[in-house]
Design a protein around this ligand. Sequence first.
Ligand SMILES: Nc1nc2c(ncn2[C@@H]2O[C@H](COP(=O)(O)OP(=O)(O)OP(=O)(O)O)[C@@H](O)[C@H]2O)c(=O)[nH]1
Ligand SMILES: [Mg+2]
Ligand SMILES: [Zn+2]
Length: 360
Amino acid sequence: MNEITHNLEELGFDKRWRDKIHTENLEGLNIARVTAVHKDSYMITNGESDVLAELLGKVMYSANSALDYPAVGDWVLASYYDHNTFAIIHEIIQRKTLLKRKAAGKKIDFQLIAANIDVAFIVQSLDDNFNVRRLERYLTMINESNIKPIVLLSKNDLLSPVEVEERIVEIKKIMPNLDVQSFCNTKESGFKNVQELLNSGITYCLLGSSGVGKTSLLNNLIGDNRFKTKQVREKDSKGRHVTTHRQLIMLDCGAMIVDTPGMRELGNFSIETGLKETFTEITELSRNCLFNDCTHVVEKGCALLSAVKNGKLSEKRYENFLKMNKESAFNEMSYLEKRKKEKQFGKMCKTIMKEKKNLK
Ligand SMILES: Nc1nc2c(ncn2[C@@H]2O[C@H](COP(=O)(O)OP(=O)(O)OP(=O)(O)O)[C@@H](O)[C@H]2O)c(=O)[nH]1
Ligand SMILES: [Mg+2]
Ligand SMILES: [Zn+2]
């Protein structure tokens, strides 16, 4: 097992991480961080070089859900082969934070976005992408995992300073403690405020719809057009995602940043904490509901309904809260149902195998 080298430290590894490792036999294993996730393979780094890696078969076969697979940003224990050109991931070190959403479409499972993120930048562009309800959705996902959210409103060159301020006030009015800033990728001084937010040893990630300028910002922070962004001329690529996979990048200032493909759909489940923290005033208000199990829809003495009625709570915010709550409960139920069926199926297989054995 390697020492906590300077290289690992630069990637954010410290004693607190080391203390999380409980594996007894560490012989031949190295600490590394996942920098990219492809379909069946990973890129990992020990701070010196990036190496292609695969997951140990045993880990794969004992996986219960998507949560058991490595995500970008994960710390792992890996064995290196072929002069350090290939590696096998043996174990994921317990995560500090995890960004996850419901997998797109009808599938009820988690999709991992990134692990061990300290600060998440929610990027919305100030043109028609600006949407407070969508922002609440992202915040719920981020708050679920103890990650600090910062809202970055991009393309502020497209609006007048007064209009930009109006948008910021609109957010601040309902979420006064949220850090909200605007920036622009097209002017050299336009993203200085974002640069100033970055600290070495901290891992950030860029989240937001396709086309809001996440990769343009990353390129600006690197100071080089290293990653592909949408070209204005590419009219036919409208709606297509330019960034196709998640990747962790080390910046010169020592900060690490994960760029992600734009998300069209942000389905949620298991978001109880996230909802509580995003909708703090609703959580507070609901304590005054007459019934403990108030669903806040029709009940007499519902504090939320009366707050909406007398204008103390925005109706749209209240509706978004209910919608996400309902959606999460529905997905949660389907997920548990699915797991139950899988378990029953597993049991059935075992019984059949046993009976077969007994017949022999
Ligand atoms: N006017 C203006 N255009 C911008 C700004 N930032 C990005 N753009 C343009 O917006 C388009 C999309 O930018 P990208 O950086 O590729 O967007 P993305 O968020 O990475 O998109 P995906 O990878 O698909 O998720 C490009 O044509 C950029 O030139 C900005 O601050 N102002
Ligand atoms: Mg991109
Ligand atoms: Zn109520």
